[in-house]
Design a protein. Structure first.
Ligand code: SF4
Ligand code: SF4
Length: 450
């Protein structure tokens, strides 16, 4: 479509990116069919096409956004289903990122909203404080529930709080920094990023990652967790680009040393970098655009692989003998995270992997739709998130699977919270991470959630 930027605006590299993306959009509206918020509201301004127009107006006019426009853009989950659907290859993420940044720069949110966002941006990447907040939240859950009538974020927090907190903490991590050697012949060597939120909510997933990878002939290198922390996705999704860049640069510095040096006396180069949360992996894949094509960002982006891809290859090579016979044929519902299926465009590897291990894999209807987790979305937009979560759980329950498996801690937390709020007459299967299931099926311990 046509754009109307001035010559001065076109000299701005960010505007050049936006202009290129905007010109690709032909306003066909195919993307509206798969947009979760358009499906819920039927409102053009809540669709990708509508949001693209809103962002174009903002960028061209340079004006401060209205509260309505802010709400329309805030309601976007960044699920990127629209990118998967678009026949013209419109990179919607480039536009919504700029839209969010512009809101952050030019719009003053009401005090409560501002304070909530500041608090979440500060708290979530700090594992010690986050854990303390979870403990406090569990003690005060009834109060949060009551507050939720006036302050939706408090109600959302009460819903999302986990039923149990793992025994691990920042001072007693489930996976210590170091080199975990492959069992038997080393087929490959990977780096593992343990991240921030997941290391508090479900550190057992990283422990399963290390076990299952080493069992399948992979040496795992875990850098100092104090150096490599949050990937920056949480602040990035809130439009805090400068904060996200600082976090990304800190991560790259931490990984620089690990990637540049031989990791132990056996030497060997890291061939891939994995993390259990596909939301974080998708963010790292996108570092080159966040950091304007930095070489280090390009390098780590190329190394990032989803655990399903690596395990799928390794399981084929090792053909594990230790498959748990009792699990053969178990019905598993695969819930594909948006960050994996749309962000990284990977749909086949997890399903192929589970099938190769003998599971009866079932996929829910409308598998392309987001579960409503989306970073901090389920806290900041609880009404949409709750509706989408309920819908997703209903579709998963239709599969009548014995368990639900996903690849992202955000989706896992959201589904577990939905499971708790479902009608008590329905049996809600446990929700676990793909790495935990493959670990269990090939000789590891039963996942704690089971
Ligand atoms: S499908 Fe693509 S080209 Fe069509 S309106 Fe949506 S973003 Fe634009
Ligand atoms: S990212 Fe998701 S919610 Fe946002 S416009 Fe695209 S499909 Fe809709």
């Amino acid at each position: 479509m046509q754009t109307h930027f001035t010559e001065a605006q076109r000299r701005n590299p960010a505007i050049q990116v936006a202009d290129e993306v905007l010109r690709k959009c032909v306003h066909c509206g195919f993307c509206t069919a798969t947009c979760p918020t358009y499906r819920l509201t039927g409102d053009e301004r809540e669709s990708p096409r509508g949001r693209i127009s809103l962002i174009q107006n903002l960028l061209e006019s340079g004006a401060a956004p209205s509260p309505d426009t802010v709400a329309n853009l805030d309601h976007c989950l960044s699920c990127l289903a629209c990118e998967s659907t678009c026949p013209s290859g419109v990179s919607y993420r480039r536009l919504i990122d700029q839209g969010r940044e512009l809101i952050e720069d030019k719009y003053q949110r009401p005090l409560v909203e501002r304070t909530t966002r500041n608090f979440l941006a500060w708290l979530l990447p700090r594992d010690r404080w986050f854990r303390r907040a979870l403990i406090l939240g569990r003690w005060t859950r009834p109060l949060l529930n009551r507050l939720g009538r006036h302050l939706p974020v408090a109600g959302a927090m009460a819903r999302i709080l986990p039923d149990r907190l793992p025994g691990y903490s920042a001072d007693n991590p489930a996976v210590l920094p170091g080199v975990y050697l492959a069992n038997g012949e080393e087929l490959m060597r990977v780096g593992l990023i343990t991240g921030c939120v997941q290391s508090v909510l479900a550190p057992e997933i990283d422990a399963a990652m290390v076990r299952v990878l080493t069992r399948h002939g992979c040496t795992v290198v875990v850098p100092e967790s104090s150096a490599a922390g949050c990937c920056g996705a949480l602040s990035h999704h809130m439009g805090r680009t400068a904060q996200a860049r600082d976090t990304a640069l800190a991560n790259l510095r931490a990984w620089d040393a690990t990637l540049a040096q031989p990791q132990d006396s056996d030497e060997g180069k890291i061939e891939a970098v994995v993390m259990a949360a596909s939301g974080c992996a998708s963010m790292l894949k996108d570092y080159p655009s966040l950091l304007d094509g930095s070489k280090k960002a390009e390098n780590i982006s190329l190394l990032i692989k989803d655990i399903s891809i690596i395990l799928n290859n390794l399981v084929k090579i090792k053909n594990p003998q230790t498959r748990d016979k009792a699990l053969t044929g178990a019905a598993v519902a695969w819930q594909s995270p948006c960050s994996l299926q749309h962000g990284m465009q990977e749909q086949n590897a997890p399903v192929e992997l589970l099938r190769s291990l003998g599971f009866n894999v079932r996929q829910p209807r409308d598998a392309h739709l987001c579960c409503g987790s989306a970073g901090t979305y389920n806290l900041l937009q609880p009404a949409f998130a709750q509706t989408l979560g309920t819908e997703k759980m209903s579709r998963l329950l239709e599969t009548r699977a014995d368990m639900i498996v996903s690849g992202n801690i955000g989706c896992i937390s959201q589904l577990r919270s939905q499971g708790r709020s479902q009608n008590a007459t329905e049996t809600v299967p446990p929700v676990i991470h793909l790495a935990e299931l493959v670990d269990w099926a090939t000789g590891g311990p039963k996942p704690p959630a089971l």
